[in-house]
Write a protein that binds this ligand. Structure first.
Ligand SMILES: [Zn+2]
Length: 387
């Protein structure tokens, strides 16, 4: 690792180090960035919230996954219903929405193992058949698949960032397919007509579109996940992606969209403008409390203003490489602390080093009536259930 990972380097420049630097001082030896784990010395209140104040619908989880782009649609379970229920009961999670249930037989299997035996505790969403998008008959076929999914018990449709950043004209080759490509119009309409909300992930943090250099605030995250960089090549910009999604919401006003990850968590003014112009738009907070919590005053104002359109979600998965979303008691406790308390300057993920960027967050201390909506009422309404 001879990259420029040293945050402190030996040399004459440290001669003026407070207390006097010499060849034996630890600072003079240098410290690789990945080993640096500073502990906050702030004497700030630490509130443990072991259980959510009100029952929660986690609108954004990945208990199953149904294969990658163009690959075989083989459903994989990251956890069993029982594994999930143990944590859910401890944490006051009423329902987990498994968004990546695939379609066809995969979807039926996910529903049979999660939703059917545990009514009310699990909800499963379907996904588009990306590998079929080049077929001339795709628009109708996809609309039929949505109807089939609805009959099978799917409650919504999940659209990964695949659309806009990975899917190409020939699935994995050719030009990138735009999010507002008309071949998906029948799909958006079918979901809307059946009352199935669309959980849609578009774009990613702005730093993922910038060079991975010393100015990039997500340098460590991008080194841990090199495939998350969308800098250069033929990738559209973050704003272009956001605008293509707005075109879709504008064209399909009767379809309800939940823009995942706060739509664009780093630019709440822009997200507010979008919410004001698209009444069919909602957002979830999954994997973005690191962004919301470092702008806690703006985030609280935002959630209070759009309190009927903000949903609780974690993006829960079982990968150890993304501690900001690894399903566990500890993860939920951080979300509850963030939403319920006014604690200041605490980690947004259960990890020795903040995985998305080296900062901490402060809690929002949301009022009870807002908390109830964010925790479950808004999601329940979209899912057609009672809160
Ligand atoms: Zn997700």
């Amino acid at each position: 690792m001879n990259r420029r990972r040293m945050i402190m380097t030996a040399g004459a420049g440290l001669a003026a180090w407070p207390g006097g630097a010499d060849a034996q001082s630890p600072a003079a030896e240098g410290l690789p960035l990945e080993q640096y784990q500073p502990k906050s010395m702030l004497h700030a209140p630490e509130t443990r919230v072991a259980r959510a104040r009100y029952p929660v619908i986690d609108f954004h989880t990945h208990i199953t996954s149904a294969g990658s782009l163009g690959g075989p649609a083989v459903l994989r379970f990251a956890a069993s219903a029982g594994d999930c229920l143990a944590v859910m009961d401890r944490k006051n999670i009423r329902t987990m929405v498994d968004v990546t249930g695939g379609y066809g037989d995969s979807l039926r299997e996910a529903i049979a193992k999660l939703a059917t035996p545990h009514p009310g505790r699990f909800v499963v969403f379907t996904e588009p058949a990306w590998s079929k998008t080049p077929d001339p008959g795709y628009p109708k076929l996809q609309a039929d698949l949505i109807e089939d999914a609805h009959r099978a018990g799917a409650k919504g449709l999940k659209v990964l960032k695949t659309l806009g950043l990975f899917l190409r004209d020939h699935v994995t080759s050719g030009k990138l397919v735009r999010l507002d490509d008309p071949r998906f119009d029948l799909m958006w309409e079918a979901a809307g007509a059946l009352g199935m909300p669309i959980a849609i992930h578009t774009s990613d943090p702005e730093a993922f579109f910038l060079p991975i250099d010393r100015f990039n605030e997500r340098w460590e995250e991008l080194h841990a996940h090199a495939d998350w960089s969308f800098h250069g090549k033929d990738f559209p910009s973050n704003r272009e992606l956001q605008e293509t999604r707005r075109n879709v919401m504008r064209r399909h006003p009767k379809t309800q969209f939940v823009c995942l990850h706060v739509a664009d968590a780093e630019d709440l003014a822009y997200v507010s403008e979008c919410l004001d112009s698209h009444p069919n738009m909602h957002v979830d907070i999954a994997a973005r409390i690191g962004e919301l919590g470092r702008q806690p005053r703006a985030a609280r104002r935002f959630i209070e203003r759009y309190q009927d359109r903000v949903l609780f979600g974690t993006d829960a998965s079982w990968s150890r490489s993304t501690p900001q979303q690894t399903f566990s008691d500890a993860l939920y406790e951080i979300y509850f602390r963030f939403l319920e308390t006014e604690d200041e300057y605490f980690p947004y993920a259960p990890a020795p080093v903040p995985p998305q960027g080296r900062w901490n967050i402060s809690g929002l201390g949301l009022p009870d009536q807002v908390l109830r909506k964010v925790y479950s009422a808004n999601a329940a309404r979209l899912l057609g259930e009672s809160a």
